[in-house]
Design a binder for this molecule. Structure first.
Ligand SMILES: [Zn+2]
Length: 451
């Protein structure tokens, strides 16, 4: 069976990209010799590539709209809307090689574009960036379709000259003028989205961001800024920025930060490393849970601090591997769950980088899957739910290759995912027996260091 709609979309894409390339070719030929010598042709190609991305984003929205209609036709009226959306978000996410959450953004933008025909047309022509269109759609989210179309029409003439921030501000002004009360309601609803996020940065640093009502955060910022200014006046040698940062961390953790920025953090299960690294016999990298790889030397500092404590991950004191513990039970032993999270706390699904929320059986328990490390994966909530949804299936073969099959018959294979990280770490477990001499020595050292 052929799919004329998909063929039309592909032909449309090729046609629009061809037109843009031809126009760029004409501009290349029109350049003067001194401009060509300075690289004008290369600049045309840079601009052309950007146009191609925008054109593709416009057509991607059309393709998502087709997918949405088709899927609804196939499943019929009776289907649970939430389950259908979950399945669509995950399918779009996999096709785009991103998380289900990012797939959801694509889906929502597609629906929004239906109410913004002018912006959609500009996107199609490659004249406006998707981020600009998305910014406008976000601002008009509380208006009814007719009002959204009015804002769209009023903004369109200027849109190609605006970046996302200016476009959002221009749209926001129009929205407030059209429905002042809706603008206020929006501030109330936005509070429901408040959250905290941790983003790993280079060199064992990270950014903690708090999304909360602006008035509250301005108050918090002023508190840290005032405190920093006061301490600076009292002769604190740190910069204002450093003092404010340390004051914020102290307020959040209750732990004193030294002037060099170090602190005695209670690292609970936080640092995963080989016993040899802890002892100092090698300098292999370790894993700070919630962050990722850190140098062995830093891991040792954290793990031997006064407030730290150690947990044996790989073996029990009797030498048995954790994963050997009662494989028939429904839930994973706490140690396996902790190990999966500690080794890599990002979702096991290909291209998904959301945080692990559930430790799940790869082969479901109902189909004979055992509660052992080899059958454990950490998933984000969306992917854990979609696995159970109609038309989806996840399998792992003997080589550890994980295959996701979607309702549209697409298959995605993952060979180097989270599970590989777990296997690498669990491979460092001492073979059998009770305490190895190394571990006995370590235990002694740690006990001594605590006194
Ligand atoms: Zn996920």
């Amino acid at each position: 069976m052929s799919d004329p709609v998909a063929h039309r979309l592909i032909a449309d894409l090729l046609g629009r990209v061809g037109d843009a390339a031809a126009a760029a070719g004409v501009r290349v030929d029109a350049a003067h010799d001194f401009e060509i010598a300075a690289g004008s042709g290369a600049v045309e190609v840079v601009g052309l590539c950007e146009s191609v991305v925008r054109i593709a984003q416009g057509l991607q929205a059309d393709a998502v709209a087709v997918l949405d209609v088709r899927r609804r036709e196939v499943v019929g009226e009776s289907v649970d809307e939430r389950e259908l959306c979950r399945s669509l978000f995950a399918e779009i996410g996999l096709a785009r090689q991103v998380s289900a959450t990012a797939g959801e953004s694509t889906y929502r933008l597609t629906r929004d574009l239906a109410d913004h025909p002018e912006a959609h047309a500009l996107l199609h022509e490659g004249r406006v960036n998707q981020s600009v269109v998305a910014a406008v759609c976000r601002e008009t989210v509380f208006l009814d379709p007719q009002r959204r179309a009015e804002v769209d029409a009023e903004l369109a003439p200027a849109l190609a000259e605006l970046g996302p921030k200016r476009a959002a501000a221009a749209a926001r002004r129009l929205v407030i003028d059209k429905e002042p009360h809706a603008a206020f309601e929006r501030t109330v609803r936005a509070r429901e989205e408040r959250h905290v996020r941790l983003r790993p940065e280079l060199d064992a640093m990270a950014t903690l961001s708090v999304y909360a009502p602006a008035a509250q955060l301005v108050a918090a910022w002023q508190r840290f800024d005032n405190e920093a200014s006061a301490r600076r006046v009292d002769g604190d040698p740190r910069t204002i920025a450093k003092i404010a940062c340390d004051a914020a961390v102290e307020a959040l953790t209750g732990i004193r930060v030294a002037t060099d920025g170090s602190a005695q953090v209670g690292v609970e299960v936080g640092v995963l490393m080989r016993p040899e690294t802890l002892y100092g016999a090698d300098d292999a990298s370790a894993v700070l849970q919630g962050y990722g790889p850190i140098p062995g030397e830093l891991a040792r500092q954290l793990a031997t601090g006064e407030r730290s404590w150690l947990r044996r991950f790989f073996t029990r004191p009797d030498g048995h591997r954790l994963e050997a513990a009662d494989p028939r039970r429904r839930r994973f032993p706490a140690g396996v769950a902790r190990l999966v999270r500690a080794a890599d706390d990002l979702c096991a699904r290909l291209w998904c980088e959301c945080r692990v929320r559930e430790i799940d059986h790869v082969l479901p328990h109902a189909r004979g899957g055992e509660s052992v490390l080899d059958n454990a994966d950490g998933d984000c909530r969306a992917d854990n739910l979609v696995k159970e949804t109609r038309g989806w299936r996840v399998d792992r073969d003997h080589d550890g290759v994980l295959t996701w099959s979607t309702p549209t018959g697409h298959r995605y294979e993952s060979r180097h995912g989270q599970h590989a990280a777990v296997a690498r770490l669990s491979g460092t477990s001492p073979p059998t027996g009770t305490w190895s001499p190394m571990e006995a020595r370590l235990q002694h050292l740690v006990t001594v260091s605590r006194r």
